[in-house]
Design a protein around this ligand. Structure first.
Ligand code: FE2
Length: 136
């Protein structure tokens, strides 16, 4: 269960890395930096939830196949103009937040997981609603 969220974070981090690498246009530096920062954040988040999953006996796959394990459709390695890249990052955050809320309902009696998810949701909502949405 919780391993699915960790796998999604791994796949999402790789998507952010792809957007980082394929940024293009006159706002290259802004998108390259933003997507790079999000890659760093999601990678740390993936590590946290992977360790939580392992702690509760939910096996984590090799991160190289994380996207397949959770049916994540990776972004295409195509050139990303600024607004296209930001929109892709918004979609990624929306998918992750939706899953995090569902995960929350699956662990009604595990306060550690509940707290980790609530904390992640709060940070992700700020990233999405305050930062990403204002960048469009
Ligand atoms: Fe880089």
């Amino acid at each position: 269960m919780i391993e699915k969220f960790a796998h999604m974070l791994m796949a999402a981090a790789n998507d952010a890395k792809t957007i980082h690498l394929y940024a293009q246009g006159d706002k290259f530096d802004r998108l390259h930096q933003i997507a790079g920062d999000i890659y760093d954040t999601l990678s740390e988040d993936a590590d946290l939830f992977a360790e939580i999953a392992m702690e509760v006996g939910a096996p984590i796959v090799n991160p190289s196949v994380a996207a397949v394990a959770c049916n994540w459709q990776p972004v295409d390695p195509v050139n990303y103009l600024y607004s296209m890249g930001i929109q892709a990052l918004i979609q990624i955050y929306n998918a992750l937040i939706q899953e995090a809320y569902q995960m929350n309902d699956l662990y009604p009696s595990d306060l550690g997981i509940q707290n980790a998810l609530q904390d992640w949701i709060q940070r992700a909502q700020k990233e999405l609603r305050y930062k990403l949405m204002r960048r469009l």
